[in-house]
Design a protein around this ligand. Structure first.
Ligand SMILES: C[S@@+](CC[C@H](N)C(=O)[O-])C[C@H]1O[C@@H](n2cnc3c(N)ncnc32)[C@H](O)[C@@H]1O
Length: 275
């Protein structure tokens, strides 16, 4: 696991909430049912970014704690919590590898949304096992397209991802970037790591994705700027040129300026601590 590079999401935080497609609308219900959430206990969102999961799930607990090493992400989370009037959240500026000291347990649920891969997975899994209530669970949450049934577009054209990615390549080169270096190649699944920890083999659950998600041009562009592989800092003084080319491409593909997005179903890789 390479050392944490604080520039991986530099400039991305402001784009994250408007640029990332939401998880399934049934995610709360699935987690509440599976883990027996009833408004008591505590949530730890282990890599919270701008608090997407932290704020969606906070009402299911007495207290929620979000941990992230990126101060700009935490500011976005705080701002969204204020806007939504959610007070029961504590934000911690730290790496997941700083657990348990940075956010001592116990917790009923510990989540990692599109983020466990950024951590030292085996070490963090073993650490959080000891931070869970007996009967509590670790939930690794991602969008999954592969193998999932794809719905029909409600009308607008799909986001032309292949063409936008070609523009990213034109500006940043063909090797996927991340921070000051390149994105590490991924050769394993979360399951492969968890099975070798005290959690043992996890369960995989699917909550249906939003079939008719429609996004505008600025949201699509923000989605790209929200990713470590096309974060604003990577473009340097050419960020505006890239944005202009993406806007031109999107205008040509959808004169109405709206696109259908299918991020997939929401997959929950759930690992439990026995009672
Ligand atoms: C893709 S965002 C995840 C946001 C959010 N969890 C969600 O569901 O959308 C990834 C986040 O990982 C954070 N990150 C990267 N390495 C980390 C580490 N070792 N420990 C904790 N957070 C880390 C980054 O600061 C960034 O905010």
């Amino acid at each position: 696991m390479p050392a944490y590079d604080p520039t991986i999401f530099e400039g991305a935080a402001a784009h994250y909430r408007s640029g990332r497609p939401p998880y399934s609308q049934q995610l709360e219900a699935v987690l509440a049912e599976e883990v027996g959430l009833d408004g008591t206990g505590r949530l730890l969102d282990g890599v919270c970014g701008p608090g997407i999961l932290t704020l969606r799930l906070a009402h299911l607990f007495q207290e929620a704690v979000g941990v992230d090493p990126d101060a700009a992400m935490l500011s976005e989370g705080r701002r969204a919590a204020d806007d939504l009037g959610i007070a029961r959240v504590r934000w911690v500026h730290a790496l997941a590898e700083g657990l348990p000291e940075v956010a001592p347990g116990p917790f009923r649920l510990i989540t990692f949304g599109q983020s466990f891969h950024w951590t030292d997975e085996a070490r963090v899994a073993e650490t959080v096992y000891d931070m869970l209530d007996p009967g509590g669970a670790l939930a690794l949450i991602v969008h999954t397209v592969e193998g999932r049934p794809k719905p029909q577009s409600p009308g607008p054209p799909p986001i032309p991802h292949a063409e936008v990615r070609a523009l990213v390549k034109k500006y940043l080169g063909s090797t996927k970037r991340a921070g000051q270096g390149f994105a590490p190649a991924r050769t394993h699944r979360f399951e492969d790591v968890l099975v070798r920890t005290r959690f043992g083999p996890p369960q995989s659950l699917f909550a249906p994705g939003i079939p008719d998600l429609v996004r505008d041009t600025e949201s699509v562009l923000s989605g790209y700027f929200s990713m470590s592989s096309s974060a604003p800092h990577l473009f340097g003084d050419r960020a505006e040129d890239f944005a202009r080319e993406v806007r031109e491409l999107l205008a040509a593909r959808s004169p109405d300026g709206v696109f259908w997005d299918w991020p997939g179903d929401t997959e929950v890789v759930l690992a439990r601590r026995p009672r």
